[in-house]
Write a protein of this length. Sequence first.
Length: 247
Amino acid sequence: MNVTALAETLDSAARDRRPLPGGGSGLTDTEEAYAVQEALIGLRLARGERLTGFKLGFTSLAKMRQMGVADLIHGRLTDRMEIADGGRLDVSGLIHPRVEPEVAFLLGGTLRPGTDPMAAVAAVAPALEVIDSRYDGFRFSLPEVIADNTSASGYAVGPWHAPGDLGNLGVLLELDGRPAETGSTAAILGHPVRALAAAARLAGSLEPGTVILAGAATAAVPLPPGTHVRATVAGLGTVRFTTEDEA
């Protein structure tokens, strides 16, 4: 397996909006896949992007069923992925985007394995994540989606709030004012705080200022251009954006 070559192939697929066939990468294990992910993010950083956060994937039963996998995975967020709350997202450069509601954490201290994860949290917020697999039809093996930075494409974060009880908050995802998915924060590993602990275990440590996306509270839904997207998390408020096609 040529780690650099696969990272360049994934990077080109994203930049050229050219999906790759799943299952043909030659990746066979997760350690190799994370090496490709690191090289892929390295290409983005070399173009001037800056790391802003850490994301977890396959933390909800709905998402596991949707994607046919059962392993917790993680990826990285950069400033180029940020979408302003209430802003616009150009989807013309994406292959087949989908959106899902999440809970975001903002670290005020260093998050380390084996410590109280909430002690490092400065604030929490409702969030939306845009995913866009570089594999055709979202069909991939577990190592392939890891290498593809867990399909990360964009994220929007709503108003920050002081940390509170996040154990079983209602979640509503709306497209153009119509309910698309409903769920609960309990779908995120049973409790979003467990996602924080998992992030610490997987990353080793995460520094203050890092945004952590805890994982989807519902299944992801397709995101066509000209769509107003809104997620509401009970007690945390709403986050929204509108898609457009500038091509």
